[in-house]
Design a protein around this ligand. Structure first.
Ligand SMILES: C[S@@+](CC[C@H](N)C(=O)[O-])C[C@H]1O[C@@H](n2cnc3c(N)ncnc32)[C@H](O)[C@@H]1O
Length: 348
């Protein structure tokens, strides 16, 4: 039987440090999975810490609830998609927060459980939905989309150089119902040469398309920013270059002052930085972590802290009297210290 401990949390210490977890702080884990990061956050934020854990997959929620039971009302676990972050936080009055974590992609349980059809290692129906109530599955895309649309998905979301040929093979071989059927088709056309299976990129592309992973990530990052209190931190662990590019561009843009095109003689955008980068360089696992947890090999973490200027200072924080237009000193020029919030949260 699969248990929550089957998944080893990636970049655990680095994520906790980047989030600057403080006792009594309030944190959101947008991808709670088996609850590994969440449990560590709850431990480090005791006494008084609170955690909202979200996951789209109900089987992950069951594991996380079981694991986090000892933390009682300090852990609130919600089965939802992180695209609904603002609504979830409003419903549970869980804002502003001191830190938000995204640990994207799949857990080890999801990969090894055959039911989801995420892996070509096990024969399973072509599903790939995190949320079983979602209407579109991988089988719908594979069997119903046009060849052109399939090729676009494989190219854009899998960076598959043989996207057109694979799309043609798929369309000619329809209907395709199972993961092994699809993997064999691709392997027959492109026999295995390097270390990675020739169907790897196709499977990644289909999963991203089914769950709208990239567009949802872009929206959720922006929404997360709005939920952070002053100096609140955002840490994002990604597992492939498409996700990492979105995170990098988002953090760059939000930590920049002027974002006018370089040819503009004078600033017209009046853009103000709303984030300060915690680490200039992307954080990757140590060799020791890669050795003990090979799944961590492709991980990259980026983190940033919220800067709140006087103009946008939320009235709910202790510093609501900060003079308008004046920048509040934060992570960039002060010792990193989290504001504890006045607003009481009821967890049930
Ligand atoms: C890598 S696992 C997280 C593991 C977790 N950090 C731990 O330590 O156990 C990623 C999780 O994110 C969930 N997930 C992916 N996209 C999601 C989304 N848009 N909304 C909610 N959950 C999502 C997956 O179902 C999966 O359980």
């Amino acid at each position: 039987m699969l248990t929550a401990t089957a998944h080893i949390p990636v970049l655990l210490k680095e994520a906790l440090d980047a989030l600057a977890i403080q006792p009594g702080g309030r944190y959101i884990d947008c991808t709670v999975g088996a609850g590994g990061h969440a449990e560590a956050i709850l431990r480090r934020s005791a006494p008084g810490g609170q955690l909202l854990g979200i996951d789209a997959d109900p089987s992950a929620i069951t594991l996380a609830r079981e694991r986090l039971k000892p933390y009682g009302n300090s852990a609130l676990i919600v089965n939802d998609n992180f695209i609904n972050l603002p609504q979830i936080c409003a419903e549970y009055d869980f804002k502003p927060v001191n830190g938000i974590l995204f640990d994207l992609g799949l857990s080890s349980m999801q990969l090894s459980e055959s039911g989801h059809g995420f892996s070509f290692q096990h024969g399973a129906p072509l599903d790939m939905r995190f949320d079983p109530n979602q209407t579109i599955s991988a089988a719908d895309i594979v069997n119903q989309y046009s060849e052109t649309e399939l090729a676009r998905i494989l190219f854009e979301f899998g960076e598959e150089t043989h996207s057109r040929q694979i799309a043609r093979i798929i369309v000619r071989s329809r209907p395709i119902h199972t993961t092994d059927q699809l993997a064999e088709l691709i392997e027959r056309a492109f026999p295995k040469r390097g270390r990675i299976h020739p169907a790897t990129k196709t499977f990644q592309a289909l999963r991203i398309a089914v769950n709208e992973e990239l567009s949802r990530l872009e929206i959720a990052l922006q929404q997360a920013l709005e939920l952070l209190g002053s100096d609140g931190s955002l840490a994002v662990i990604s597992y492939h270059s498409l996700e990492d590019r979105i995170v990098k561009n988002f953090m760059r843009r939000e930590s920049a002052g002027c974002i006018c095109p370089p040819e503009m003689p004078q600033c017209v955008c009046h853009h103000r930085p709303r984030l300060s980068l915690v680490n200039k360089q992307v954080i990757v696992p140590s060799l020791a972590e890669e050795k003990t947890n090979p799944r961590s090999r492709s991980a990259k973490m980026r983190a940033a802290a919220r800067i709140i200027s006087g103009e946008e200072w939320p009235k709910t924080t202790r510093h609501s009297h900060a003079p308008a237009g004046k920048e509040i000193p934060t992570a960039r020029n002060a010792v990193r210290k989290h504001v504890l919030f006045d607003t009481a949260v009821t967890l049930n």
